[in-house]
Design a binder for this molecule. Structure first.
Ligand code: PAF
Length: 298
């Protein structure tokens, strides 16, 4: 299978590296990373270590069997636009946040699958990604129900040793992942701690509060997600990726924009004034993003 991995950040590079053990992979991302991968190959180090030689470029290839979209949620529209010139059989989003699949489906002619991923990764240097936490990919039809396409993609991922579950209840799975990200990402980014810090002490309760609020909003949207399940999933991911610095913590440390709008901000948008923990986390992250500009406006 030819897989174009669009978004060669930490997660995209890790998945691309693991998939390249079995498939033809083209990593689509930014310089200097993709140039280094094209010239010298890619090293995955950590939970599994492998050297692979995928193709790598700043633009998508002319065609691929699958576009695996791993860009930041605020870049989804640009990724969709860049993919319109690529002949694709299918597209799969494994991004954080809500709404990515509909943005892709609105632009692309091929079927778009929904996905989530709890693997932990850190882009150490150009051409080198650290595999910091084992997780899984969950994928399926974005509206739910069975899908032979999802079965085929799941089988291709499994063949490359990427732990994958094909799910028939993706709308619920996306809300579950949102609860996990709402619990972990902003809290770890603001407190500058690894995911494991949320398994005990004050972080444990703060993360549980954010997950509980997200589950309540999910139920209000007609999704069957109990508080207990949301909290236990967030705790399991914190434990399984204990040594991982969440993607939002990595963004903050690198001085980059974060995905706060598509995660806690999404919960706030749909929670209509009833989600104080998510609201405070969102405000604090937006304050950090505004930086000195925030001072000037006040
Ligand atoms: O965004 C992240 O960092 C990841 O989705 C997760 C699963 C929380 C692991 O750090």
């Amino acid at each position: 299978m030819h897989i174009a991995v669009v978004g060669a950040g930490s997660l995209g590079t890790l998945l691309g590296g693991l998939l390249a053990r079995e498939h033809d992979v083209t990593l689509v991302g930014r310089e200097p990373h993709v140039g280094t991968v094209e010239r010298e190959g890619l090293d995955v180090v950590g939970a599994e270590s492998v050297h692979v030689d995928p193709a790598a470029d700043t633009d998508p290839p002319d065609s691929a069997d699958l576009a695996l979209v791993a860009v930041k949620s605020y870049d989804t529209a640009d990724a969709a636009a860049a993919l319109t010139d690529c002949s694709l059989d299918a597209c799969l989003s494994v991004q954080n946040g809500m709404g990515n699949e509909s943005t892709l489906a609105a632009e692309l002619d091929c079927p778009v699958l929904a996905g989530t991923c709890t693997y932990g990764a850190r882009l150490a240097d150009p051409g080198r990604v650290e595999f910091t936490g084992r997780g899984e990919v969950v994928l399926g039809a974005r509206e739910g129900g069975p899908s032979t396409l999802a079965d085929d993609v799941g089988a291709a991922f499994d063949a490359a040793g990427v732990e994958t579950t094909v799910a028939t209840d993706m709308p619920t799975r996306l809300w579950e992942k949102l609860a996990v990200n709402a619990a972990i990402n902003a809290t770890t980014a603001l407190a500058r701690v690894e995911n494991g810090a949320l398994t005990a002490g004050p972080g444990r309760e703060l993360a549980a509060d954010a997950a509980r609020e997200t589950a309540r909003v999910a139920r209000e949207q007609g999704v069957n997600l109990s508080n207990e399940r949301a909290i236990s999933l967030a705790r399991r991911v914190s434990r399984d990726t204990a040594a991982n610095r969440s993607s939002m913590l990595q963004d903050v440390e690198a001085g980059r924009r974060t995905e706060i709008d598509a995660i806690n901000g999404y919960v706030v948008e749909h929670g209509e004034g009833t989600v104080p923990v998510n609201e405070t986390l969102t405000r604090l992250l937006r304050l950090w993003e505004a930086g000195d500009e925030g001072d000037e406006q006040s």
